[in-house]
Design a protein around this ligand. Structure first.
Ligand code: ADP
Ligand code: MG
Length: 332
């Protein structure tokens, strides 16, 4: 049973990015206004997400990391109107199976915090009181150490995994309005370095400036489109394309109702439209698709990153028309 669980866990938590994504989303679900991600050796040694959200109440400690334990679905119909990021109760149980999980947490009803160590089956193996503020810290050490082959691959690809993670954190920092983000990494004997730091402004514009810098921001046009009834796109799009020197993930951020997602088709469309005759050019894009929760399904892939639209045809046509208005290869 536990071997099967481990293999399945490997599918919920595909990589460093999806592991940290689950923790950050739990923090946002808990109403945090500050989320700190602290990495050791780019996440290979450990990663930790510290928030100032509502905390976890002691009655939840034991069941927390059991498979399908969630405090977020009252009944099945809730699945269609996802207000929270998490809803399947699989993240913590998967992380337990794949690495060493510890949680430190305190709610406003508790005078002190609790430090909990979980074993690979998801049970609490040690518990003690600690002093801490209201909120939660989840630490995962040695992700994938329970899967030897995967673990080797993880070490080998750590720089790429780290790059993808930073790009995901940028995605949250841009869109999660009113939430401060901090990400640090400690490597070897070096001191902590700050990778990302935002003020948690409630304006998208401020967050875009913080993440991209003012110069890049000046090359962006605000985007506000109506695609069909009840379906809008908001964000920014660059007037011109850029070469492929940097990782594309650093420059194109897609969301559905504020939730970061992969949109390979939209990305492909943008890149095609921005391609100039002599070289490959890619636009900078920040696009939040605001659509009724009934017209897409996030529960399709385990990591919730793939989204299927019910009316993708219209989407592409409208988007193309809008881009044709903004795109001006010679500007900027
Ligand atoms: P899900 O998010 O799908 O409910 P998870 O495995 O991600 O499942 O988390 C299990 C439960 O642990 C959550 O339902 C929530 O009650 C609690 N939890 C996890 N992380 C936090 C956090 N940072 N703050 C408060 N509660 C948390
Ligand atoms: Mg969750």
């Amino acid at each position: 049973k536990s071997a099967i669980h481990r293999i399945c866990s490997g599918q919920v938590i595909l990589d460093l990015q999806s592991a940290v994504k689950e923790l950050v989303e739990n923090s946002l679900d808990a109403g945090a206004s500050s989320v700190e991600v602290s990495l050791k050796e780019h996440g290979e040694e450990s990663f930790k997400v510290i928030d100032n959200g509502c905390g976890i109440s002691p009655s939840n400690f034991q069941a927390l990391a059991r498979k399908h334990h969630t405090s977020k679905i009252a009944d099945f119909s809730d699945l269609h109107s996802l207000k929270t990021f998490g809803f399947r109760g699989e993240a913590l149980s998967s992380l337990c199976a794949l690495g060493n999980l510890t949680i430190e947490t305190r709610t406003k009803n508790e005078p002190v915090g609790t430090h909990l160590i979980y074993d690979h089956s998801g049970s609490v193996s040690a518990e003690r009181k600690v002093a801490r503020q209201v909120g939660t810290t989840v630490t995962v050490e040695r992700l994938f150490s329970t899967l030897p082959v995967r673990s080797k691959e993880f070490s080998r690809n750590i720089r790429r995994e780290y790059g993808k993670l930073i790009s995901l954190l940028n995605a949250y920092a841009i869109m999660a309005k009113g939430v401060r983000f901090l990400c640090t990494n400690t490597s070897g004997k070096n001191s902590k370095s700050v990778v990302l730091k935002t003020q948690g402004s409630s304006s998208l514009k401020d967050n875009v400036i913080t993440v991209f810098g003012l110069n890049t921001f000046k090359c962006l046009e605000p985007l506000s489109l109506c695609i069909s009834e009840g379906c809008k796109v908001e964000g920014y799009l660059s007037k011109t394309g850029y070469g492929s020197g940097r990782n594309l993930g650093d420059r194109q951020y897609f969301y559905v109702n504020g939730r970061p997602v992969d949109m390979p088709k939209v990305s492909k469309l943008l890149n095609e439209l921005y391609r100039s005759s002599n070289s490959k050019q890619y636009p900078i894009a920040i696009m939040n698709f605001i659509i009724p929760t009934t017209s897409y399904d996030v529960n399709v892939t385990p990591d919730k990153r793939k989204i299927f639209f019910s009316d993708e045809g219209t989407l592409v046509v409208t988007l193309r028309a809008a881009i044709e208005k903004i795109y001006s290869p010679d500007q900027c």
